[in-house]
Design a protein around this ligand. Structure first.
Ligand SMILES: C[S@@+](CC[C@H](N)C(=O)[O-])C[C@H]1O[C@@H](n2cnc3c(N)ncnc32)[C@H](O)[C@@H]1O
Length: 376
């Protein structure tokens, strides 16, 4: 063991990553007195049932059984990981790893920018040591590239691993301090690896998208692994200038775009787009829509009320609804969302603070869609 200054192992602890500035919101979701903020974008929790990780709104990544390591050089930090991780890697499963800072995946963040070169150095040393001293184990290592290209893992599309592999993670929070974790990924639900390109980075720029909101909906399609197709009709409430409408139109769907404001000209005149200048709160489709899309700027309970009505009246099969709020404390809103969604648990509804969400969260479900495949 290299001379680490300190290593702290906490039983049943898990470190979650969230958007910077949203640590309190994540803590509020966790059992009382069980969580604390470790650093911007990083929250430590104890004794959380792994089946509930996937239901957290503000958690984006996680590190099970995390340990804090402290040492005064990149060499010692990298060597510590070699020592800590090789016993588990000897189990023989394929494995993958990543060293990063908590904000590595943020669209715009510079809090940890001074640590970026140190992370690269640790990565290089770790890699060299594994290659030189443990070539057999290194052979079993899967680079992020390989994982992402492996369709059987379906990782690019869902962001989740479908096979068991070992996931080793290190997150540097200070020059001499890192949280590290090694665990076996569980298929489907409980291990969303932070080392893939995050979903928002997989979204290509689209010159025809009239606004940034477009990317929010594209992120939802990636989260769902599914998007509307040419067989589908979408109703887009609060559609202008047309980012969400465009996201559906480009996949061949028909869209009823409801908004008093103007749509971008190329969307307005698209043959599959019908612009309805009506009130989104009261708009009712003649027949159930395959997708309700709702991004109306409204009080949070008003948007939630729209979803509640559409679900109660069976007006849509699937939906994506953005719930906007002021400030950074949506905690009073969460019990209300849970109450409204309770009768619809069978719809596998997800509530997420997406990368493209700032002061809003997105509620979505594709439980009643045909087996449309994503086409981003
Ligand atoms: C955030 S923008 C929607 C952006 C849109 N999703 C896009 O991608 O282009 C919110 C829209 O809600 C519309 N809106 C506000 N109240 C509405 C209402 N009662 N009915 C329909 N639209 C409404 C506004 O006119 C505005 O265009």
């Amino acid at each position: 063991m290299p001379c680490l200054e300190r290593i702290s192992k906490m039983n049943d602890s898990i470190v979650f990553g969230c958007a910077q500035g949203w640590e309190d919101s994540l803590i509020a979701e966790l059992p009382k007195a069980a969580a604390q903020c470790l650093a911007p974008g990083l929250v430590l929790a104890h004794k959380i049932n792994s089946s509930s990780w996937d239901n957290l709104i503000f958690a984006r990544e996680w590190m099970p059984e995390a340990q804090l390591i402290q040492a005064d050089s990149a060499n010692k930090l990298a060597s510590a990981c070699v020592d800590l991780w090789t016993p588990k890697l000897r189990q023989g499963l394929p494995w993958t790893w990543r060293w990063q800072t908590p904000d590595s995946w943020e669209e715009k963040a510079d809090y940890y920018k001074n640590l970026a070169s140190r992370v690269r150095l640790i990565q290089r040393i770790f890699q060299e040591q594994m290659r030189s001293f443990f070539p057999g184990l290194w052979k079993k290592h899967l680079g992020a590239e390989k994982l992402s290209n492996d369709k059987s893992q379906n990782a690019m599309h869902s962001g989740y691993l479908s096979d068991c592999i070992i996931v080793a993670q290190g997150v540097l929070i200070d020059k001499d301090k890192a949280w590290v974790s090694i665990s076996t990924s569980k298929p489907q639900n409980t291990h969303k690896p932070p080392f893939f390109k995050p979903l928002w980075q997989q979204i290509h720029a689209d010159q025809q998208a009239p606004c940034r909101s477009y990317y929010k909906l594209e992120e939802v399609w990636l989260e769902l692994g599914q998007a509307p197709t040419e067989q589908d009709t979408c109703v887009d409430l609060g559609a202008a200038p047309g980012g969400w409408t465009w996201s559906a139109l480009k996949r061949g769907s028909k869209v009823i775009a409801v908004d008093a404001a103007a749509l971008a000209p190329h969307i307005q005149k698209h043959r599959n787009c019908t612009h309805c200048i009506e009130n989104g709160y009261t708009f009712t489709p003649q027949q159930p829509a395959d997708w309700l899309l709702c991004d109306i700027i409204a009080r949070p309970l008003a948007s939630l009320g729209i979803l509640e009505r559409w679900l109660a009246q069976g007006l849509c099969h699937n939906f994506v609804v953005a719930i906007k709020f002021r400030g950074k404390d949506p905690s009073s809103l969460l019990p209300k969302i849970a109450e409204v969604l309770k009768p619809y648990q069978h719809l596998n509804i997800r509530v997420r603070h997406l990368y493209y969400n700032h002061n809003e969260i997105t509620i979505f479900s594709n439980a009643q869609s045909s087996n449309a495949k994503i086409s981003v």
